[in-house]
Design a protein around this ligand. Structure first.
Ligand SMILES: [Zn+2]
Ligand SMILES: [Zn+2]
Length: 148
């Protein structure tokens, strides 16, 4: 039996490894690690925002050099513009890759941390003993070892 602490809000038992109460979402164990899925989501949005911000700047400078390149027919400016455009495109692709990777990671974590109810298909937290949707008892799932 995992060690638990009683939720001060609703008296539900909450595992010490869990930060929030599964019943009422009150903070029960402030020193417990954050939900890994939330953490991945936050990290991803921060990284994609950063990459897309830099990409936007590169495109902005690319355009800034493109106009004088065309107006003054200055081939040097044109190459700077093309290089900036390439940097912007590379950063945009990097942002896309970060997003796709995070989606896969979250899918893996969802599978690892949640149990699907056999009766109604509802997705429950692994700590739950009864389905939150239909009340059916949740069996410990057979462990599938996935080599990655
Ligand atoms: Zn609670
Ligand atoms: Zn169910």
């Amino acid at each position: 039996m995992a060690r638990t602490r009683q939720c001060p809000e609703c008296d539900a038992p909450v595992r010490l490894s869990k930060k929030y109460c599964p019943e009422c979402h009150a903070v029960v164990n402030p020193r417990a690690p954050e939900d890994p899925i939330i953490k991945v989501r936050e990290e991803t949005s921060f990284r994609t925002m950063l990459l897309l911000g830099l990409a936007g700047m590169a495109f902005f400078f690319s355009f800034g050099f493109f106009l004088p390149a065309v107006l003054a027919e200055e081939p040097g400016f044109f190459w700077v513009s093309a290089a900036m455009f390439a940097v912007g495109a590379a950063l945009s692709i990097a942002a896309l890759i970060v997003r796709v990777r995070a989606r896969k990671k979250i899918a893996h974590l969802m599978e690892a941390l949640h149990v699907k109810c056999e009766y109604c298909g509802g997705v429950n937290d692994k700590d739950m003993h009864r389905c939150a949707f239909c009340g059916a008892p949740l069996e410990e799932p057979t462990v599938h070892v996935v080599m990655t």
